[in-house]
Ligand binder design. Structure first.
Ligand SMILES: [Zn+2]
Ligand SMILES: [Zn+2]
Length: 180
């Protein structure tokens, strides 16, 4: 149970664990997208144009920035494909939206509309959202909260960061004291 809590906390806070959500295929797609962009800029476009193009520095700037944008987009799509299921959002629908909407609007929409992370109640397996303190089906306490103001607190805190309440006086379940 104790490791459950630490995993939950880390997955919500740590940037490096968010990066682990990016699947290998999307890293490969990102590299491919960068290569394709460079190919377009340095091989395809110069041949289609007969008059001399913009100066080299400008061409390099556009080639690199469009390449970076394309690969960033691939990483974003990969991230969304793994992030949406843990929020109870349809992967298929969001993949279609991301691929259909031009210029990354799909990805922007996703981050505006995304739902809180859903995890499973350790006691009964019900889906609980990350802001829940108790399981709605079995009343298992899934995260620590202040007994005075009822805001979320970290299980390692001795006092509520919001109201200064002494958390030791709350008689919280023993499983929440695991990291003391
Ligand atoms: Zn439950
Ligand atoms: Zn409080």
């Amino acid at each position: 149970m104790a490791t459950n809590y630490s995993n939950r906390e880390e997955s919500q806070t740590s940037f490096s664990s968010e990066l682990k959500l990016i699947p290998r295929w999307s890293v490969a797609a990102a590299i491919l997208a960068f290569v394709v962009m460079e190919y377009l800029f340095w091989v395809v476009f110069p041949h289609e144009r007969h008059h001399p193009g913009p100066p080299f520095g400008l061409r390099l700037y556009f080639a690199l920035s469009w390449g970076a944008l394309a690969s960033l987009y691939m990483l974003m799509v990969g991230y969304i494909s793994n992030d949406s299921p843990r929020r109870g959002m349809s992967v298929r629908i969001w993949m279609i939206i991301c691929l259909v909407m031009p210029g990354g609007i799909g990805a922007v929409l996703y981050f505006l509309l995304r739902q809180p992370i859903i995890s499973l109640c350790p006691a009964c397996g019900t889906h609980v959202q990350s802001e829940y303190h108790f399981c709605p089906q079995c009343a298992y306490q899934v995260s620590a909260s202040c007994g005075n103001c009822y805001r979320s607190v970290r299980i390692t805190d001795l006092y509520c960061v919001n109201c200064g309440h002494d958390l030791a006086s709350d008689n919280r379940p023993a499983r929440l004291h695991a990291f003391r």
